[in-house]
Write a protein that binds this ligand. Structure first.
Ligand code: GMT
Length: 372
């Protein structure tokens, strides 16, 4: 197949899923064309069957705001025409699905099938704003195929937008041959004190991630267990979090590592992964941690309970219940045998979301939509 993929190229789960999917499809012999305003973060190096088309944005005095939706639609038209794409696969509905609809309307003879994958806040937050809602609803309804990354997100889409449409649930995935526990003593030595247990969190530090709860939970854990907290990523809440760590006197044990591309060794140094999000349609970073044998303490929101199993791969608590999250963390960290059982269960659970299985589901879905 010839597949066009559009995603946000920067840090963020939807871009990661789109890029890993494109790479996996290219390895399986499909021709994959990424169409975006910048090279997706995980798309470095030469890969056979993989192409990148940059959406050029011209500036013009009249345009106070960049007209990305239109420029993207034009690029989709161009690439579809010249590369004879079968499918335009949009990750994150806003604005990609609307651009794809426009592109398809413009293309007369070479109409590709448009598939939209819903990831999270495109449905649960931004998409609900009055300035976007009608367009998001329309673009979803007019896509030839729609997938969601969890059952939670499918239900939210159907109810929040009053849409009557078949939405296929295809969960996120991880390559467990890459994401596995590797030696990481050098990371422990570099960032923590001898004998410390390592708690970990990776995110884009947006309010929805509740990174302050990570720090507050860690503060409780540290009263009982010598430990270090590694915070990976960057975003709007980082300064507040750095301030909070200092206020709590934790500046020597909370380490801010910023944005990182190579996560496997870092995750492999972890004993526990914390994800106390306000909203989380899937929780890809928790899955990556689980694949590296790290049990997860998470909130109970969205698709998280579809991924991690309470009392087996980690524990689930109500949003904001710092005391309970700390209690669960302390329980696991003070019981090495129990921790080991959870770590193995986390890895086994992650294997159920291995890319080899999930990428095949996307392939089958493309075939089904192309035949419709
Ligand atoms: O929806 C977002 O906030 C952005 C999106 C992203 O691009 O990072 O994250 C969502 O998609 C990920 C990949 O499918 C999921 O793992 C995240 O749970 C989801 N984020 C939220 O629902 C907050």
């Amino acid at each position: 197949m010839k597949i066009g993929i559009t995603c946000y190229p920067t840090y963020g789960g939807s871009g990661v899923v789109a890029t890993e999917l494109g790479k996996a499809l290219a390895k399986r012999g499909h021709q994959v064309h990424f169409i975006s305003y910048a090279m997706p973060m995980r798309l470095s190096g030469f890969l056979e069957n993989l192409f990148y088309h940059e959406v050029e944005m011209s500036s013009y005095p009249l345009f106070d705001f960049p007209l990305y939706t239109l420029a993207l639609a034009s690029k989709m038209v161009e690439v579809t025409q010249y590369e004879k794409l079968d499918v335009l696969h949009c990750h994150y509905a806003i604005p990609h699905a609307a651009s794809a609809f426009l592109a398809k309307e413009i293309l007369q003879s070479t109409k590709p099938k448009v598939i939209t994958t819903l990831h999270g806040t495109d449905i649960t937050l931004v998409g609900l704003e009055p300035s976007f809602l009608p367009v998001v609803k329309f673009a979803i309804e007019r896509s030839d195929g729609v997938t969601a990354v969890s059952r939670f997100l499918r239900e939210k889409t159907l109810t929040n937008y009053g849409i009557a449409k078949d939405i296929e649930v295809i969960p996120n995935f991880v390559d467990t041959t890459v994401y596995r526990r590797v030696p990481a003593d050098h990371i422990r030595q570099r960032y923590s004190h001898p004998g410390d247990r390592i708690l970990m969190h990776t995110s884009n530090f947006r309010a929805v991630k509740r990174v302050q709860d990570v720090i507050k939970t860690f503060a409780e854990v540290r009263k009982k267990v010598p430990s270090t907290l590694l915070l990976i990523g960057d975003g709007p809440d980082r300064s507040t979090c750095e301030l909070l760590s200092r206020e709590l006197g934790l500046q020597d044990s909370v380490r801010f590592l910023g944005k990182q591309v190579e996560l496997v060794e870092l995750l492999s140094s972890g004993d526990l992964f914390l994800m106390p999000s306000q909203s989380e349609s899937f929780g890809l970073s928790a899955l990556e941690a689980m694949a590296c044998g790290v049990p997860v303490i998470s909130s109970s929101v969205g698709g998280l309970p579809e991924l991690q199993l309470h009392g087996q791969t980690g524990f689930i608590a109500e949003i904001g219940d710092i005391d309970r999250m700390a209690k669960y963390a302390i329980d696991l960290l003070l019981n090495p045998a129990k921790h080991q059982v959870f770590a193995e269960a986390a890895r086994l659970r992650a294997a159920e979301f291995d890319s080899s299985r999930i990428v095949a589901l996307y392939e089958q879905y493309y075939e089904r939509i192309l035949a419709s």
